[in-house]
Design a protein around this ligand. Structure first.
Ligand code: GLC
Length: 417
C-alpha cells in the first residue's frame, strides 16, 4: 500500500504558495449536480434512500442553460470574492467533466457538455483563482462502499479515484485549489493512498493548495458551518452554506444569511486570520438563486469601500481585544479597524485600549475623526447621528496607533477619585 503520511514536499514553500490565498480572504463555493434538480439538499439520494437505478435517471433529465458558470463568476467578482471552488463530483458520483473513468458524466449524459471546462473558462475570464471540490465518497460507484471490506474492490476504487484526480489536475491548465471531501468508507490515509494521490496532484500542479479532507492535514483546515480559528500557524477556511443546504433548496428569506450576517462572518474570519468560502447552490439550470445574488451584490458594494479591513495581510486578534457592545475589530499591525455595527450616535467610546491613538478616520471616506484619549478611555467625537454606512449599517472606523493595540477590560469599574 503506497507510501504515506507526508505527501508534502511542498510544505517547505507553503507560506509563499499560500500568500495569495491568505490575502484573498473570500471565495465562492458552488454546489451543483444532479441533486439540484430535486431541490432537497445534495444528500437527498442518501437521506431518502433513493435507489441508484432510480437516481441515475436524473443524469438524463439534467439540461442546464448555456454557460451558467459565467454568471457565478461575474457575481463572485462583483461580490469581492477572489476565488471559486466548484463540485466536480459530489457524493452522488456524477462527474461534471469529460472523464474516461466512468460514463456517468456530464459529457456522455444529460448536459452533453464538460461543465468543469465551462467553469474553468469562466473563472479565468473574471480573473478568479480556480478550485476543484472532489468527493472521495461515491454512492454510485459499485466499489464505493464495498471497498472497505474487499481488497480487490478497494484497489479498483482507489485507482478510479486517483484516475479522476489525475484527469482534473491534467486537463484544465493551472488549477489553484484541490478541495477533497468526505473520505468514507476507508478508514485511513494509507487505504486511500492519500499521500500518493496528493503527491501526484502536486507534481502536476506545483503551486496547488490542498485541504485536509483526504485524512492528511495538508495545507489548510476546513471548519464547516461554524467559524473557529485553527491554532496559530495553521491555515483555515470556514465553509458556510447560504441557507442551510449546499445544493439548491428553496428556503424562506429568513433562512438566508443577511448582508450583515455575511459581513459578520467576514469580520470573524479576518480577525482569526482565516478565509470564508461561502456557498451558492445554483438552480438546476445553473441560475444563481435571487437571494444569493441580491445579498452578495450588496456585500460586494460594501467591500468595494471597506475592503482594506478585510483583504491582505492581517494579524490575528486573539487575546488582543475584548468584546464591545457597538462593534468588533480586525487588525493590521498598528492599525485597528473597528467594525461598528450598532451605531451609538454622536460619540463612540472604547475602553481599555493600552496604546496611544495617533489618528482616527472613517475608512470609507477617509475623513478624520476628532478624539480624546484619556487614561483608559478613547472617545471619538462629532460623529453623525446615524451609521454613515447605508449598505448594511456597518461603518468601519480606522484607528491608527503608535504601537500595536491591545485592549484590557476587567469586569470591574473605574475607581472614582
Ligand atoms: C459535507 C457534506 C457535503 C458538503 C460539504 C461541504 O461534508 O457532506 O454535502 O459538500 O460538507 O463542506
Amino acid at each position: 500500500m503506497g507510501t504515506t503520511q507526508v505527501s508534502d514536499p511542498a510544505a517547505k514553500d507553503r507560506a509563499k504558495r499560500m500568500k495569495w490565498w491568505h490575502e484573498a480572504r473570500f471565495g465562492m463555493f458552488v454546489h451543483w449536480g444532479l441533486y439540484s434538480q430535486l431541490g432537497r439538499h445534495e444528500w437527498v439520494m442518501n437521506r431518502e434512500r433513493i435507489p441508484v437505478r432510480e437516481y441515475e435517471k436524473l443524469a438524463h433529465t439534467w439540461k442546464p442553460k448555456p454557460r451558467p458558470a459565467r454568471e457565478w463568476a461575474a457575481l463572485a467578482k462583483q461580490a469581492g470574492m477572489k476565488y471559486m471552488v466548484m463540485t466536480t463530483k459530489h457524493h452522488e458520483g456524477f462527474c461534471l467533466w469529460d472523464t474516461k473513468q466512468t460514463d456517468y458524466n456530464a459529457v456522455k449524459m444529460g448536459p452533453k457538455r464538460d461543465l468543469v471546462a465551462e467553469y474553468v473558462e469562466a473563472c479565468r475570464e473574471f480573473g478568479l483563482k480556480i478550485g476543484f471540490y472532489y468527493s472521495l465518497m461515491d454512492w454510485h460507484h459499485p466499489d464505493g462502499a464495498r471497498c472497505a471490506k474487499d481488497e480487490k474492490a478497494r484497489r479498483r476504487f482507489v485507482d478510479f479515484t486517483h484516475g479522476c484526480v489525475r484527469e482534473l489536475m491534467s486537463n484544465y491548465g493551472k488549477i489553484d485549489i484541490l478541495w477533497y471531501d468526505v473520505s468514507w468508507p476507508l478508514s485511513s490515509p494509507e487505504l486511500w493512498e492519500s499521500a500518493k494521490m496528493t503527491g501526484m496532484a502536486r507534481a502536476l500542479q506545483p503551486h496547488l493548495i490542498v485541504n485536509n479532507r483526504a485524512q492528511l492535514p495538508e495545507d489548510f483546515g476546513t471548519p464547516e458551518e461554524h467559524i473557529r480559528a485553527a491554532e496559530p500557524g495553521r491555515a483555515w477556511e470556514a465553509c458556510m452554506t447560504f441557507n442551510g443546504s449546499w445544493g439548491w433548496q428553496p428556503a424562506p428569506p429568513e433562512d438566508w444569511h443577511s448582508v450583515r450576517s455575511v459581513l459578520k462572518m467576514l469580520r470573524e474570519v479576518t480577525a482569526g486570520g482565516g478565509n470564508l468560502l461561502l456557498n451558492i447552490g445554483p438552480l438546476p439550470d445553473g441560475s444563481v438563486p435571487d437571494l444569493a445574488r441580491e445579498r452578495l451584490t450588496a456585500v460586494g458594494k460594501w467591500l468595494a469601500k471597506n475592503g482594506e479591513a478585510v483583504y491582505g495581510k492581517v494579524d490575528r486578534c486573539d487575546g488582543r481585544f475584548e468584546w464591545m457592545p457597538t462593534g468588533q475589530f480586525t487588525l493590521k499591525g498598528k492599525t485597528a479597524y473597528y467594525w461598528c455595527s450598532r451605531w451609538p450616535g454622536a460619540e463612540l467610546a472604547i475602553g481599555g485600549l493600552k496604546s496611544k491613538l495617533v489618528k482616527a478616520s472613517f475608512l470609507e471616506s477617509g475623513k478624520s475623526i476628532d478624539f480624546v484619549q484619556e487614561k483608559d478611555r478613547l472617545i471619538l467625537k462629532g460623529l453623525p447621528k446615524s451609521s454613515p454606512d447605508k449598505i448594511a449599517q456597518v461603518t468601519v472606523l480606522k484607528l491608527e496607533f503608535a504601537t500595536p493595540p491591545k485592549q484590557v477590560l476587567g469586569a470591574g469599574c473605574v475607581v472614582l477619585k
